[in-house]
Design a protein around this ligand. Structure first.
Ligand SMILES: NC(=O)c1ccc[n+]([C@@H]2O[C@H](COP(=O)([O-])OP(=O)(O)OC[C@H]3O[C@@H](n4cnc5c(N)ncnc54)[C@H](OP(=O)(O)O)[C@@H]3O)[C@@H](O)[C@H]2O)c1
Length: 400
């Protein structure tokens, strides 16, 4: 078996088996060990499903979590014997289920990663993100995009922006739609606000910076290298701060002396922000790092400001001085991916070229485990993408 998935197939033809990178309960661990190439049965669509021929697949941190089996094994979430990760894809509709009317074989699509039952009151009136069966496809479900074909609910499909290549189209969904809900729907970003964006050169952060620019807000990007600082400025950040110039991280057994030093460092960090904003604190903090940054996020946020959070790369047990929260009447807002309507609204901004994908390194299909290892060690900038059905980088765009 080779690692190519580019063999010619007639539209609609599903081979009995397909190549896919698979995690099994017994292989959980570092991504390079956990994700293995296998031949697995090709999925068939249920009545409301679509089978998509994957052309390119985005690499996300949830693939790292799935490989590690931390903080929870995906096999405790779904009942499949193996896990095919991958929560971002661009591709071609290959076969549709009996109830699917909005899509047909041959349509070029981008896949968003939210699944829900579609039948409950929450799905039909409140928000599918409130559905008790809400799942992130390719993380809380199997049959993600790291195989020749993936199986999705029809409501997950969005039109592929015609001007984008396959790898560009596969790069933005999960991080951009998440950042869109965080800033536009949850924090209700407004023109003129100052927004502190942790990890401004990463997947979420590079899209958050662009959303701030689009809404005429000022993004102050936090990064760890000059290269990422330059990237964030090119994307429209008002300023960038290199976090390595500050000693902000709380040690597990912090002494009183270390605690005083850390608070002094948080004050110095806040002063640096005010130097960049003309003396104002940040109205919104865009959080996804968790334990290493959260005390600082609450501290530097303005009075009546908001910390909006969707993840915890550094750890999910958050410890912070709550006095800064209540005395200054700040809010902490949880946010998780996005619903189909928000995805569609956000995708329209890509179609209109108001938001650009930020593609970092592009890998061949065989390098899926290596790409996740790179992400685990924070050695990437922008979004890493895997070519699955696309023969090479730079294909799939249509003129104009
Ligand atoms: N709930 C959701 O729907 C959702 C959706 C997307 C992502 N997430 C979660 O959000 C997190 C980030 O995802 P991503 O795709 O943006 O990952 P990413 O591309 O790896 O970017 C994360 C950025 O965080 C920064 N960072 C890492 N460790 C840090 C630390 N100790 N202190 C300060 N900054 C640190 C890094 O930037 P610098 O080193 O340059 O500072 C890195 O670029 C992950 O945990 C992911 O699972 C959740």
């Amino acid at each position: 078996m080779t690692a190519t998935v580019a063999d010619p197939l007639a539209l609609g033809t599903l081979p009995p088996a397909m190549p896919a990178f698979v995690i099994r309960p017994e292989t959980e661990g570092e991504p390079e060990q956990a994700m293995r190439l296998e031949e697995v049965p090709t999925p068939e669509p249920g009545p409301d499903d679509v089978i998509v021929r994957v052309m390119a697949a985005g690499v996300n941190y949830n693939g790292v979590w799935a490989a590690l089996g931390e903080p929870v094994s995906v096999f405790k979430i779904h009942q499949e014997p193996f896990h095919i990760a991958g929560s971002d894809a661009s591709g071609v509709v290959w076969r549709v289920g009996a109830n699917v009317r909005r899509w047909q074989p041959g349509d070029e699509v981008v896949v968003h990663c939210n699944q829900s039952c579609g039948q409950c009151p929450e799905c039909n009136g409140l928000d599918p993100m409130a559905c008790s069966e809400q799942r992130i496809w390719g993380y809380e479900t199997s049959w993600g995009s790291f195989g020749q074909f993936c199986r999705v609910q029809a409501q997950q499909l969005l039109p592929k922006p015609r001007h984008l290549t396959w790898e560009e189209a596969a790069s933005y969904g999960l991080v951009y739609f998440t950042a869109y809900r965080m800033l536009v729907d949850r924090a209700r970003i407004r023109a003129g606000q100052n927004v502190l964006v942790w990890g401004g050169g990463g997947g979420l952060g590079s899209m958050a910076v662009q959303i701030c620019r689009l809404y005429s807000a000022n993004a102050i990007a936090v990064v760890s290298s000059d290269e990422k600082a330059a990237l964030t400025r090119a994307l429209g950040a008002t300023a960038a701060i290199n976090r390595s110039e500050f000693d902000l991280v709380k040690r597990p057994s912090e002494t009183a002396e270390q605690g005083r030093h850390r608070v002094a460092e948080m004050r110095r960090f806040g002063k640096r922000i005010r130097e960049l904003t003309g003396g104002r604190d940040v109205d919104i903090v865009f959080e996804h790092v968790g334990s290493a940054t959260f005390p600082t996020s609450v501290f530097v946020c303005s009075r009546f400001g908001q910390v909006v959070i969707c993840g915890a790369t550094a750890g999910y047990n958050l410890e912070f001085d709550v006095r800064y929260l209540w005395m200054r009447q700040k809010s902490i807002i949880g946010s998780h991916f996005a619903n189909a309507y928000q995805c569609q609204q956000a995708n329209e901004l890509v179609i209109q070229r108001k938001i650009q994908p930020v593609v970092g390194d592009v890998f061949p299909f065989a390098d899926i485990p290596r790409a996740h290892q790179v992400m685990r060690h924070n050695q990437h900038a922008g979004k890493m993408v895997i070519l699955v059905g696309a023969a090479r980088r730079g294909t799939g765009a249509h003129g104009g």
